[in-house]
Design a protein around this ligand. Sequence first.
Ligand SMILES: NC(=O)c1ccc[n+]([C@@H]2O[C@H](COP(=O)([O-])OP(=O)(O)OC[C@H]3O[C@@H](n4cnc5c(N)ncnc54)[C@H](OP(=O)(O)O)[C@@H]3O)[C@@H](O)[C@H]2O)c1
Length: 274
Amino acid sequence: MSNQKVVAITGASNGMGKAALELFAQQGWIVYGGARHVDNIPTGTNTHALYLDVTDDQSIVAFGQTILDEQHRIDVLINNAGYGENGPVEDTPMTHIRRQFDTNFFAAVALTQFFLPTMRAQHAGRVVNISSVGGDIYSPLGAYYHASKAALQQWSDTLDLEVEPFGIRSVVVQPGGTQSSWGSVARANIQKNLKPDTAYQSLVTFMTGVLDDDAPGMGASAQDLAQLFYRAATDVKPKRRYFNNFRDHLTVITARALPGIFRWSIKRSIDRAK
Ligand SMILES: NC(=O)c1ccc[n+]([C@@H]2O[C@H](COP(=O)([O-])OP(=O)(O)OC[C@H]3O[C@@H](n4cnc5c(N)ncnc54)[C@H](OP(=O)(O)O)[C@@H]3O)[C@@H](O)[C@H]2O)c1
């Protein structure tokens, strides 16, 4: 049997997941990437592309079972698939809110539950959960995204306590603004989620600028984040949280330690844009 390590990456058809798939493959891992646009997942000798819709329980089981049938082990699961169901709290339809949690949170739960018995039997394994600085900070029209990422973080910390005795760790990566399709998807969702008589048009104008791909703060590349995913997956002594740079880390620390100041700074930006 090969001693190559096996990693499963969700959302591997674009952005950080795709860059991570390429990096792990370069490092000699056997990589399984899952996404709905399976044709956009790169393939190679040790790189496998599988159809995966993380909102579909059967698709999750099919994805996981294929990996175990072919490799009989799983070393790292990267719960990366995610998007922003942005829009006003009042306007966003419940079906869209549920899809946000299905994709960003419940998918990670289901995939982790699927792989944990194998990881326990191996007495080794790691779950890398891709959250966001937005799991700690918040901005208007992002309520359901922020809530789903905050849930993922609390869940990961709890899971880590439960599984560490079995040689398994669960960690969180918190990217800041990174060049990918994320911003265009979030901007399109704001428009889809507005009621015709919305009361929130001024916030929409403000946030559409903030989420622009060229806005300051979208400076990291998907490859930068792939390097961070790799560290989170391989550090001998894993950290609870991984940040791409000091600014992202400082933003989270400030928002948590000084919540009043954080709220004031967001409010001031909104008021200045009026
Ligand atoms: N970019 C940022 O600024 C930023 C900042 C903080 C955190 N993040 C987080 O980082 C992660 C990666 O985002 P990204 O920036 O790389 O975004 P991206 O370029 O839009 O890629 C998102 C990936 O998620 C997959 N995905 C979405 N819904 C899915 C579903 N139902 N089933 C399976 N796969 C699904 C997409 O694949 P298919 O459409 O082919 O299914 C795609 O491969 C996400 O969790 C995101 O929330 C991003």
